[in-house]
Design a protein around this ligand. Structure first.
Ligand SMILES: Nc1ncnc2c1ncn2[C@@H]1O[C@H](COP(=O)(O)OP(=O)(O)OP(=O)(O)O)[C@@H](O)[C@H]1O
Ligand SMILES: [Mg+2]
Length: 452
């Protein structure tokens, strides 16, 4: 992409052509000179990455006819017309028809250079947008796991290699980085795809429920167990068991799970029955379970049992080159869903894409794309800071400001606690204490039911 910007230069007057060529070349353009529009047209293709500068009055095809032919070829290709006859009405008409700029001779060298530079910049953005769109289309057709960075290419390759083996897999990565996508692919790319993909979030269920969910139970196994229940592990037999947030699995359950992994059999609660199960386990963790400090209560033996293969998904900030591709994919998808035109990517949005830290990773990026598709994110970055209250005592003003920031963050993350906490960078307890103090009800901010 770092080639010199190019200009197709057309003028029948040899001296003027030479002079303009020199001016443009001095300014860093690669110039292709032509004595006639027809000759230039023969060499021009729709994907041309540069701009066209042409005289108007020429024998044969004149500049305006030339412009119309170019517009048929590629309506986004900027054309700058030069004329020796200060013909104002024609200039006005030409600009209305879509000519990029109209320059009257004699002109200062700088006038031509500035115009060519601006046109070239515009052309580059158009071509970038096109390339992104094409790449996203190609990616979304064939791949649910988008990414062209070497780490993502490698990840996909590893997935293909191990998908059809029965090896248990630990998937590690921050929130929103794509752990569930990876788990789903492991299932879909294996012969187990005809079986069930059963997901269990170990962090979302109370300790008392999780074991009966996993192992099932017989009637009367515990108070409230009226009917027999087939556990998720059995349900996943022949397919894949996805244990999400494995780090949150209660210690007592970890012991039982370890046994399941080793013996490939289960005993439903309240029974002595032992049933064989044919499962492949994919576990997901947000923390590095290999690090004893992070592992906390998580059993080392279970970690080693799960760690036969670990797939680490790097956070988005460590593979920033994937951001444009992912973003245009999500933008297109969201626009389709909302029945809108895919909006052009503004400089502000582009800037936000490249500078934001994306703590919520791909999920945060996809939510951002939805807001851009809806046109409610015209000014990213700025919206994060509510106006500072200007009256009251300092403590009062700080209180109100804090409440505003909390509301703002909840709004931005549609009530998702995990994302809001991450954005605010405060502990969960502090967060809930503050909500209570300010009388803010999280459920007012969207899908609040995810956590209790
Ligand atoms: N590489 C990717 N290509 C396309 N979409 C992706 C990719 N990675 C993640 N996503 C999308 O981002 C969202 C979050 O991904 P996913 O649910 O897999 O994250 P996660 O790591 O399981 O997050 P959490 O830890 O919060 O559960 C999903 O909508 C998913 O489809
Ligand atoms: Mg997940």
């Amino acid at each position: 992409m770092n080639r010199a910007p190019s200009v197709f230069l057309v003028d029948d007057d040899r001296d003027l052509r030479k002079a303009m060529q020199q001016t443009l070349e001095l300014a860093g353009f690669a110039v292709s000179p032509f004595p006639s529009a027809a000759e230039a047209l023969a060499k021009l293709d729709p994907g041309f990455e540069g701009v066209v500068v042409s005289d108007i009055r020429m024998p044969g095809m004149d500049g305006l006819a030339f412009f119309r032919r170019i517009a048929e070829l590629d309506a986004d290709l900027p054309v700058i017309l030069v004329t020796g006859h200060g013909d104002i009405p024609m200039a006005v008409q030409a600009i209305q028809d879509g000519v990029y700029d109209f320059i009257a001779k004699p002109f200062a060298a700088d006038r031509l250079v500035q115009s060519a530079r601006r046109a070239e910049e515009k052309r580059r953005l158009v071509m970038e947008n096109r390339a992104l769109r094409q790449a996203a289309e190609a990616a979304s057709e064939s791949l649910p796991l988008i990414g062209q960075t070497p780490v993502m290419e490698r990840l996909r390759q590893t997935l293909r290699h191990i998908a059809d083996t029965d090896v248990d897999v630990l998937v590690a990565g921050e929130t929103g980085s794509g752990k569930e996508v990876v788990a789903t692919l492991l299932h879909q790319w294996s012969r187990r795809r005809s079986g069930n993909f059963v997901a269990l979030n170990c962090g979302a269920l109370p300790e008392t429920v999780i074991e009966s969910e996993l192992f099932g139970h017989e009637p009367g196994a515990f108070t409230g167990a009226v009917k027999k229940r087939i556990g998720r592990i059995e349900h996943a037999s022949g397919g894949t068991l996805f244990l999400d947030e494995i780090e949150a699995m209660p210690p007592a359950t970890q012991v039982k799970m370890l046994r399941v992994l080793e013996a490939r059999e289960i005993t439903p609660l309240g029974t002595n029955i032992v049933r064989p199960v044919d499962i492949r386990v994919v576990a997901a963790a947000k923390i590095d379970l290999g690090d004893p400090a992070e592992r906390g209560e998580f059993r080392e033996d279970l970690y080693y049992r799960l760690n036969v293969v670990t797939l680490s998904i790097p956070p988005l900030r460590e593979r920033r080159e994937d951001i444009p591709l992912l973003f245009s994919h999500f933008l297109k998808r969201a626009s389709e869903r909302f029945g809108r035109e895919v909006p052009e990517i503004s400089a502000m949005v582009r800037d936000h894409l490249m500078t934001h830290g994306w703590p919520g990773n791909v999920r945060e990026l996809s939510h951002f794309a939805e807001r851009v598709a809806l046109g409610v994110e015209a000014n990213p970055g700025k919206s994060a800071a509510p106006p500072v209250p200007s009256n009251g005592t300092l403590p009062e003003r700080l209180e109100r400001y804090e409440a505003d920031i909390l509301k703002e963050a909840l709004t931005a993350h549609r009530g998702d606690v995990r994302e809001t906490l991450q954005a605010l960078g405060i502990p969960r307890k502090t967060f809930y204490d503050k909500l209570q103090r300010h009388g803010i009800n999280r459920a007012d901010y969207g899908r609040g039911a995810e956590e209790s």
